[in-house]
Design a protein around this ligand. Sequence first.
Ligand code: NAD
Length: 381
Amino acid sequence: MTNNSKSILILAGDGIGSEIVQQAERVIDWVNENNLDNLVTSTGLIGGASYDEYGVPLADETLSKCHEADAILMGSVGGTKWDNVEYDKRPEAGLLRLRKDMELFANLRPALVFDSLIDASSLKPDIIRGLDILIIRELTGGVYFGEPRGIENLENGERLGVNTHSYTTSEIHRISKIGFDMARKRSGRVHSCEKANVMEAGKLWREEVTALHMAEYSDIELTHMYADNCAMQLLRDPKQFDVILTDNLFGDILSDEASMLTGSLGMLPSASLGVENPKTGYIKAVYEPVHGSAPDIAGQNKANPLATILSLAMLFRYSFNSGDIADIIEQAVSNVLKNGYRTADILDKDNLNSISTTEMGNAVIKELTILHGSHNGSCNE
Ligand code: NAD
């Protein structure tokens, strides 16, 4: 690797993983060929593919490679083949280990409605036209990780299931900082969502978000909202939101709800971010589509690669601070849709011909080339 090159570790995973990631790799090649950046890729195994090779869903040596990479692009994991594997060796356990070991505490999920896919949503066009929300979910704390937890047998013969919802001030601060910083780059508005009315951890969340806001982010418009109200408002008037900041449990639910406003699972990217890696100078980060490994269409060249390509755009924006490359990739995707190209999952009533995964990749590369050419042309005029 040369001094100014950046490394991307690619973990394709299972099912459609390798097919969708291949198309994103073509975009990486395009970026290199056009001298927009100097990227060096390597690959590793995760999920069922890793289990088959090493007997674990994420091997220690792969994890070491993850810590050394400047950024990680993932496909998806899982499949029925591994249904009977022990719980801690299942494909999904590899993903959880990766997130936990790299301390990826901030999950970013944009819910963006492309004009040309407006009919794919179950909501009325007027409600979602132009929708552009960023959900920021705390990913390593709260009820999914709190102790004590477990199922115990009681003396009276009943069983008791226990989970603990807890947050410390530092956990709330670091995710809130991400929320406010992102809002500064967008429209300057944050909705912080919890259940401060019935949960102490929610009350602390609200107090700490307010304190940080007053101390460092008074330029941002902060609104507190109960999470159940947010769930309702997302359906009633989603465009009132820009950045939604929330905890692990509510974020899990609200981000799924928000992403479904867009109507198309194959279109949704995500980023999971941690702290700066002192070895590389970049933040620890994994970028992946929201959807799973789609075993029902795996190996058929039918999967929609756009969520993975949009995840790559997020990688450029958040890991490499290359907003211009992210912009051109996002614009290419938008143009491809405008030009009527559809994989089977996003077909609409006016468009009955679907294209393959590879053809969608071709269309994106073609559009990137046109956009880049016209940009250079206009610069030279
Ligand atoms: P899924 O997201 O894989 O599939 C749901 C439906 O959406 C399927 O009909 C599938 O064909 C379709 N679909 C998904 N992505 C698509 C794409 N890019 N293009 C076209 N169609 C697409 O969810 P599932 O079926 O519940 O789960 C399958 C496996 O994926 C399970 O093992 C699950 O645990 C795993 N999973 C992994 C992740 C991840 O890797 N982050 C996330 C969710 C589920």
